[in-house]
Each structure stands twice: as structure tokens, then as C-alpha cells.
Design a protein. Structure first.
Length: 364
């Protein structure tokens, strides 16, 4: 495998509403030091791929309004590798756009596509898995995703049902996918985790560029035609103008619906490297170090009395004195204080909507 053919695509266009008020539409969670470690989520994503692909082969697909922040946080990425979406159209058009651009300059490219807001505890094991996955897809038409062994009945993740009857001949950690499952309710999630063939869908994909382009041509011809027509204009002064005109014409569809659930050559690599999708405050609590009473303090100073199972996020230099809280979220920003049940995080969307209706966009 030629490492010069390896390309990394970081998807960084999400808003992260369920992380409000820390994450806002103007400054979403991928650009924030959520873990309090000195690096933002997108910087941590960039860091963990060191040595897996050349820096000049790293791409970020993001909203036009976040492109300047991407360049600020990842200054080594080339300007024409920061792809600006004029509107949100989910992951399939995002992946199609970058895939056609990569293929136009390197038809032998081998790609990893990853969200920008995941946490990985064991980076060395993660790198081993990704390297193994890239070798698997290098000269094959396999579509590969990563599956994490579930540790709890999580309702915030999709699931993968794997065919464990026999592994791939080329990699004993890789199996065919039987089916993809939507985010379940609690009762269904509890059934899933009792079955050895069910895994969390990490939303990390590995494939060679010809595989993904050909799959899009077969299963999403309308989207494919848009980016095929733009081939003469990639890397020219006309590209962004044409993307602004054509990208909104794409159907809003996830790569899971667009390809993964339709194709037959789909595989899952079984992994265990301490993974979390920081989509919610609860997932951040699970992924973070805790005190003896299972409280997580992200930033700021706290004095806790009779408190357990909470997560507290404060501005630097601020003190919170809390008493008698169990399983609460306390999140304080410059202009918003949120105190609610930690497990009621799905209602945060309602809080955001109510705030917008009553007070406008100033606080979201």
C-alpha cells in the first residue's frame, strides 16, 4: 500500500444543537475544546491521523460560514482542500463532492471519511485499525465501516448487524454486514446489546475512490451527475460559484441511505479503541474522567456538596457551588445558563426552538 494514495476527509459542517449552549450555530462543538484538554474536537481528529496519510492529502468539508475557522484551527490544510458547502444537504452530497475532487487528481486514492466530533481514547489502537482498513480497501471494491462493541443500551447511535458466521479471508476482524439499524428506543437497544452480532455504527467509512464514485453513480445518479458535470471546473476560479449554484440541487440524504443500505459489498471491521460520538452531553459524560461521585467537570471551578452523576461546564475563571444535584447538566456560557436533567438531553432541541421563538437567534 502506497501511503501517498491515502486521503482523509473530515466532515465538519454540523451544528451540534444537542450540545447547546456550549455549541451554537455560529460556533459549533467541533471547534470547541469540549474535553478541556487544550485541543478542539476537529484538531483532535486531525491529530489522530498523523502518520496514516500525508498532510497534503487531508480534506475538510464544512459550511461556508465555518471555512475561516477551519483554516484558523488547521492552518496546514491547503485552501483548496477546505470545501465550502453553501447549504446543508447531509453526508451523501458532501462525500460525493470531495470524492469527485479527489478522483480528478488521484484515481488510485484510498479514502477514510470521518466526522469531526468523535473521541478516541486509545489512539495507537485506532491507528492500527485504520491502517488495517486501508490495506483491506486498497485494491478491492469493498465498502468498509467501523463497528464498536456496545457497552450499554445506547439510543443515540445507529447499530450494525454483522454476519459473524465467517470473517474475511484477508482480515479476520472484518465481516459482511447483514443490516443497518436506525437509532433504537431503549427497549430495542437493550435487545441489541444482548446479541453478539450487534455493534454501534461509528459513521467512519473506508473505501477507495473508485468504489465510492461507482456506487454513487449506481445508487444516486442524480447527485452523481451534478458533480460529474463539474469535473472541468474543479481547482479553478469558477468552482465555488458553480458549487453554490449546483450543490443546493442535491437531495438531502445520508450516505447510509444513499449507498450503505443498498450496496452488497459492505463490510464492518470490529473495533475497540475507546470510541464515543460526542453528539450529546450524556456521551461526553461517558467519555470523560470522573471524580469519586461520577461527576464530570469540563472547565471552571466547582465546589460540590452531595452531588453525583453530574456534568458541569463553566467558563474559565468561574466558580459554581452546587448542592444536592443528582444526574444533572449544568452548562454556563457567556450569555446562557442551562440546568436540566442530564438524561433529558433530547429536549434540548425543544429548549433551543423555544428560545428562538421567544428571543430570536441571539442565544442560539
Amino acid at each position: 500500500m502506497n501511503i501517498d494514495n491515502n486521503h482523509l476527509v473530515i466532515m465538519a459542517g454540523g451544528v451540534g444543537i444537542r450540545f447547546w449552549p456550549m455549541s451554537t450555530t455560529d460556533y459549533p462543538k467541533q471547534f470547541i475544546d469540549v474535553l478541556g484538554c487544550g485541543r478542539t474536537l476537529i484538531q483532535l481528529t486531525y491529530d489522530r491521523f498523523e502518520g496514516l496519510c500525508p498532510a497534503e492529502n487531508i480534506w475538510v468539508v464544512t459550511s461556508d460560514k465555518y471555512a475561516t475557522e477551519v483554516k484558523k484551527q488547521l492552518p496546514d490544510i491547503k485552501d483548496d482542500h477546505i470545501l465550502r458547502e453553501p447549504c446543508r444537504r447531509n453526508t451523501a452530497p458532501c462525500i460525493a463532492y470531495v470524492s469527485w475532487k479527489i478522483k480528478s487528481i488521484n484515481p488510485k486514492a484510498n479514502m477514510v471519511v470521518t466526522p469531526s466530533d468523535h473521541v478516541v481514547m486509545d489512539v495507537r489502537e485506532f491507528q492500527r485499525v485504520i491502517n488495517s482498513a486501508l490495506k483491506f480497501t486498497n485494491n478491492s471494491d469493498a465498502i468498509l465501516t467501523l463497528g464498536m462493541k456496545p457497552t450499554r443500551p445506547e439510543t443515540g447511535y445507529g447499530y450494525i448487524e454483522a454476519d459473524l458466521s465467517y470473517p474475511s479471508n484477508y482480515n479476520k476482524e472484518i465481516y459482511r454486514v447483514d443490516s443497518f439499524k436506525e437509532k433504537p428506543d431503549l427497549a430495542t437497544a437493550e435487545k441489541y446489546i444482548k446479541k453478539p452480532s450487534y455493534f454501534w455504527n461509528a459513521g467512519i467509512f473506508v473505501w477507495n475512490v473508485n468504489t465510492v464514485v461507482n456506487s454513487l453513480r449506481v445508487y444516486q445518479p442524480a447527485i452523481s451527475k451534478i458533480f460529474e458535470r463539474l469535473l472541468p471546473y474543479y481547482y479553478t476560479d469558477q468552482e465555488q460559484t458553480l458549487i453554490n449554484e449546483q450543490f443546493p440541487l442535491c437531495e438531502s440524504i445520508s450516505i447510509d441511505y444513499a449507498i450503505m443500505e443498498k450496496a452488497e459489498n459492505v463490510y464492518v471491521q470490529l473495533c475497540d479503541f475507546g470510541w464515543a460520538d460526542l453528539g450529546t452531553w450524556g456521551s461526553l459524560h461517558d467519555a470523560s474522567p470522573k471524580d469519586m461521585n461520577h461527576n464530570v467537570i469540563i472547565k471552571g471551578h466547582t465546589l460540590l456538596y452531595d452531588c453525583k452523576n453530574n456534568i458541569v461546564a463553566l467558563p474559565e475563571g468561574k466558580l459554581a457551588v452546587l448542592q444536592g444535584l443528582d444526574d444533572y447538566l449544568v452548562a454556563d456560557t457567556d450569555n446562557v445558563l442551562l440546568v436540566c436533567r442530564k438524561d433529558d438531553e433530547n429536549t434540548i432541541r425543544r429548549y433551543v426552538n423555544d428560545t428562538q421563538v421567544k428571543l430570536g437567534d441571539e442565544f442560539v
